[in-house]
Every structure is written in C-alpha cells, then in structure tokens.
Design a protein around this ligand. Structure first.
Ligand code: G6P
Length: 616
C-alpha cells in the first residue's frame, strides 16, 4: 500500500525522505519518487519503478537537495506501475502532490480539467488533484485556501501532501479515509502516512483526524477540522520500545499482537472505504473489470489462513451469491481440480512465502495458461514484498504489521477484514449485493475496531476461565455456520501453544461421533452469536450438559444464555451477524494464550512449529 513522507526544515531533507520511504517498504509498493523545492528555487523530482534503493541510486547519480519536499511509495490502483504513473504528480512546474487512497470521481474531474486545457501525463486518479489544485489556485491565490476548495470536490479516500514553488514556506496535508501523522521537530516538521517513517527524526507526533487539513511550517502547524474550524490535535510522545519488533509492556508477542487488533483492523480498512461502499480499485487497476466477470471463487491457504478462507466461503455465498471452494494448499496442489469457468483464484497468506500456497498458485497459473478458466489470481497477504504478491495479478495487503508470535492472531483478523472487503466489492460489481446492505456493512466495519476493543476487555474473565483447562488433556470446540471455522481456529490456537489436544466440530455433528467423548474431563467451548442458529445451538449444548460435560460459552449479550451448573457463559458485545466471526475470534485467542501461560509453554515459539513454512 502507498506511503507518504514529507518534510520542511532548514537542512537538506532528501535523505530524510528516502529513509522514511525505506521504513515504509514493508507495506508493499511498486514504484517510488520524491520532489523537493531545490535551492535553485524550483520543484525538482526523481521517480523510479521498483525499489526505494533504485530511487536512492538515481539520487546518488544526480543529487537533489532542498529544505522542503514530499515523497511517496506507490501501489498501483489506476494505471500500471511505471515512472510516469509514480508520484509526485506535477501541475506545471510549481505544484506537486502525493496521494494515498482512491479518488472515485476522477473520470468526471479529468474531463472537466481537460476542457479547461490541462494536459495529463499519467493514468492516475491522483493527477486530477494536482491540476484541480492549480486551477483553484489561480482563482483563489492562496495554496491552503485552494486545497480546502479542492478536497470539497473529491469523492473517495485520500491522504494528501502538497508543496508549491510559489509558497515554499509550507507543506500542506489533507486526510480523509487514509491516515496521516505530523512529526514535530525543533525548527523543522514532518509528515507521513505512518509514524514509523519518521522515528528517525522525532518521537513527537500529532495524528490528523478525518477531514483535517494541515498547514505545516518549519516553526509551527495549523490544523482545520472537517467543518473548517481551527483545531488543536493532541501531541503524542513515543518512548523507545514501542516498535513492532518489541514486546513493549507485554509479556509475550502473542499477547501484544492480540491487543493490537483494533488498530491493525483499522489500518486494513484505511483508504479502502468510500462513504457507503468498498473502493474496488483498492484491489488493483484491473479489479473492477475483472470482478465483473467472476462467477466462482477458489481459495487456497494453509493453517490459520485456511480458516480465514473458510469463513470467507460463507460470506461470498451468502452475501455476494458467488459459489466458492476452499482448500488447504497442500491438498490442492496435488489434486486434479475441475475448475469452473471465470474463477477468481484467491490465495491467503500472512507471510506470502508458504511453500504449499505458492505451489498452489503456480499450479493455478499453469492451468489457467492451458484452459483459461482462472480469470485472475488475487493474493491476500501481509507482506508486500513477498513471492505470493509478486506472482499474483491482484493483491490486497492486510496491514497487520510484523507478526512475531508463531501462532497467528492479528494476521487472521485482518485477513477476515480483507475478505469481507472482497465479498462486498465482488457483490457490488456483479450486482448481486444490495447497495443498502453494503452500506450497512461498511458502517459496521467502521465500528469494528471499537467492538474489538470491547471484546479485549474480556481478558480478565477469560484468564479466570482458563484455569478450567490447565489440567485437561482434550477439548472440543463447537460452532455453527461461519462460526464453525472460528471454532476450528480456536482449537488450532489451543493445540499450537498449550499442546492440549483440541478438535472442532460443526455443532450439528456432535451427535454423529464426538458426543461419545464428552464427560466431565472434556471441556466444550462454544461460540454463540445471536443468530438464527442460536436455538439449534442451545439444544446441542443441552446434549453436552446431559453427559456431564463442562460448557464454556462465548455468547452474545442478548443470547439469553446464563451461567448454570457446569455452564460458564462469557458475554460478548453485540455485533451484526456478518462480522461476528471476527469478534468471536478474540476471546478464543485470549483463552489459548492464558491456558498456555498457565501450562508454562513457550507461547511465542511453540515446540515443533515455524512461523513461515517455506519448505514442503
Ligand atoms: C505456519 C504458521 C501458521 C500459519 C501457516 C500459514 O503453520 O505457524 O501460523 O497460519 O503457517 O502461513 P501463512 O504465512 O501462509 O499464512
């Protein structure tokens, strides 16, 4: 995903911009560029396809120096990766813009601006912003005033950084749906899409809020809110140790990563939601055209990522009406699969380097070359520079940040968010999802981070319940519908890190076998959102109680389930049914964590397991 860095200082800022871009490399990108207001009083830029190191080399060959500048790593949405599409974009010689996000009304704006005589030199949506700004500037005279007028005309999502050779005393920023943070220095200030990019120069930050516009000078910052009123934003100071590869105050990486979920889910949504719909372009330049042709989806993945795929199957079929198959990659790669025409091949992977998933993708591509039934491949992945991303036609990056604990947690929930975005995008483009339902789910997605926070507040209660498991050798997890894969994931987490044998079943299958195992030594964990399957689930629970089984139920506050003898109910915040799999994952992660801690296992590096399985 794209990254922004900007700086205004009294020293040369080129190296700061390049270092900032390097720190954003992990997010994935296909080209990079920067523009500086040079000592000669001109805006000069350098852009390169490929790595930031290539940009750096180009700058070593032909140095650019200046005290005001903006830089960008681009992930193509409109227009292929190429130097002419790389940011910054210029209008004339005096105005430069970098942009994260997607401008949905770019076509209409482009036509209007062409009518006004502007000549476009890229295929990007971003270029309309810079020409529109130039146009407004002629009318209004002041850069900040002109930027305010421009954003009023933009539909979609954006984080913007702007500089002008005519008003080089300022660096401008605007945020709507794509994050921006101001880094505060002494006699110099900075801007970035992620504070990580600026940790080299400052530890003091000010986060812009939705709709904010900021005018950043060397010695001060002025911010206006969405209503155009001047506002102050809180200053945050980071102490050392707040980095992703550091446990901070947490005892284990896994616990830290569990608690990061509201934040990384938020990040995965950023720049991808319009007012009431998902921005299809977030999946890549050809996504809208390809998605319109999709008639089937084939998902392949391993481990936790496979469970995410299983949840997605419920969503794709129920919400978007698209037939979907899901298979573990190690099976898929060796099977003679019968592919339906117009199938979208989706691979899901945290690392993007899992050998079986990569092999499955390669097999899929080889098959597509012969029978043409796979339309395109889409990678849902957490690592932008991975093999899976490089080898896929389309990518949606989860923004979980580095995941260190071997047992996957935040990667899973961000995968689910990405898959929900895919479901909504496919449903709309194909016309199989009602606009009102999409709008409702987009709204629910926006509220999801705070729901996850509420679910994390169950931590203490779950820690207490974990005591029931410490001496047990076997556990059963039950769920129905899209909660069945959540139960599978809960069981996987428990076995991975506590070494307790755990199995998961769709609750309706209980009487076809596993009920024979149930006795007072076998705790049964159930996830019970308040949906149409609740009554059926309640009868399954009765079947367990009748055999003396201990029940641990994570239930919707409104499910009408209460504690009783042998039944422990933990109330989970209410959430719409579609997003319940994401929310109910949290208490199950916490449960496995606390059981493992009680058992004294190596939580972050469980025996025999690897974080990334790059061999077969
Ligand atoms: C390993 C990890 C799991 C992960 C699986 C797939 O088994 O221990 O946590 O779910 O690989 O990895 P991927 O990177 O492809 O998601």
């Amino acid at each position: 995903m794209c990254g922004i860095v900007g700086a205004i200082a009294e020293r040369n800022i080129t190296a700061i911009l390049v270092e900032g871009l390097k720190r954003l490399e992990y997010r994935g990108y296909d080209s990079a560029g920067l523009a500086v207001f040079s000592n000669a009083g001109l805006l000069e830029r350098c852009r390169r396809v490929g790595k930031v190191s290539e940009l750096e080399q180009a700058l070593a060959d032909e140095p650019l120096a200046g005290q005001l500048g903006i830089a960008h790593t681009r992930w193509a949405t409109h227009g292929a990766p190429s130097e002419r599409n790389a940011h910054p974009h210029f209008s004339g010689h005096d105005l430069a813009v970098v942009h994260n996000g997607i401008i949905e009304n770019h076509e209409a704006l482009r036509e209007r601006l062409k009518g006004l005589g502007y000549v476009f030199s890229s295929d990007t949506d971003t270029e309309v912003i810079v020409h529109l700004l130039e146009h407004k500037l002629q009318e209004l005279g002041d850069l900040t005033v002109a930027l305010k007028a421009v954003v009023a005309e933009l539909h979609g999502a954006y984080g913007l950084a702007v500089i002008s050779a005519k008003q080089p005393d300022r660096l401008l920023a605007a945020r709507s749906g794509s994050p921006l943070v101001i880094g505060l220095g002494h006699g110099e200030n900075f801007l970035a899409s992620d504070q990580l990019a600026l940790r080299q120069v400052t530890d003091r930050f000010m986060y812009l809020e939705e709709g904010d516009i900021a005018e950043i000078h060397r010695d001060g910052v002025q911010i206006w809110d969405v209503a155009g009123q001047p506002v102050q934003r809180e200053q945050v100071q980071y102490r050392d140790g707040a980095e992703a590869a550091d446990k901070g105050a947490y005892r284990h990486f896994m616990l830290k990563e569990i608690h990061e979920q509201p934040q990384v889910v938020q990040r995965t949504l950023e720049g991808r939601l319009g007012a009431d719909h998902v921005l299809v372009e977030a999946f890549g330049p050809q996504a809208a055209e390809l998605f319109a042709k999709v008639r089937n989806v084939q998902i392949v993945a391993c481990g936790t990522s496979y469970h995410a795929g299983m949840v997605a199957r419920y969503w794709l079929e129920e919400l978007a009406g698209i037939p979907c198959q899901v298979e573990v990659a190690s099976e898929f790669r060796y099977r003679k699969v019968v592919v339906q025409p117009d199938t979208l091949f989706v691979s899901i992977s945290q690392s993007g380097e899992t050998a079986d998933t990569l092999a499955a993708l390669r097999n899929g591509k080889a098959r597509s070359a012969t029978d043409g039934r796979y339309l395109a491949s889409l990678a849902i992945c957490n690592v932008g520079i991975s093999s899976l991303v490089r080898e896929s036609d389309l990518t949606l990056l989860t923004q979980a940040g580095p995941e260190i604990g071997v047992a996957s947690t935040k990667a899973f929930t961000t995968q689910l968010v990405a898959l929900m975005l895919l479901t909504l995008a496919l449903g709309r483009v194909r016309g199989s999802l009602a606009a009102a339902l999409e709008a409702e789910l987009v709204d629910e997605l926006r509220r999801l981070p705070s729901r996850l926070d509420e679910a994390l507040a169950l931590d203490k209660a779950v820690e207490k319940i974990a005591e029931l498991f410490a001496e047990k050798h076997h556990t059963l997890f039950l769920g129905r519908g899209a909660q069945y894969p959540v139960a599978l994931e809960g069981a996987l987490k428990l076995k991975e890190i506590s070494y307790i044998h755990a199995e998961a079943y769709p609750a309706g299958e209980l009487k076809h076998g596993p009920l024979a195992l149930v006795d007072s030594d076998m705790p049964v964990v159930t996830v019970a959102p308040n949906n149409e399957l609740l009554e059926k689930l309640k009868s399954n629970l009765q079947e367990v109680r009748a055999r003396g089984g201990q029940l641990i139920v994570f239930a919707d506050q409104q499910a009408g389930l209460g504690n009783g003898e042998g039944t422990h109910v933990l109330a989970v915040p209410h959430i719409c049914d579609a997003l319940a799999p994401i929310l109910y994952t949290i208490p199950l992660q916490l449960l496995s964590y606390h059981v493992a801690v009680l058992k004294g296992t190596d939580v972050d590096q469980p025996r025999n397991l690897a974080k990334s399985v790059t061999v077969e």
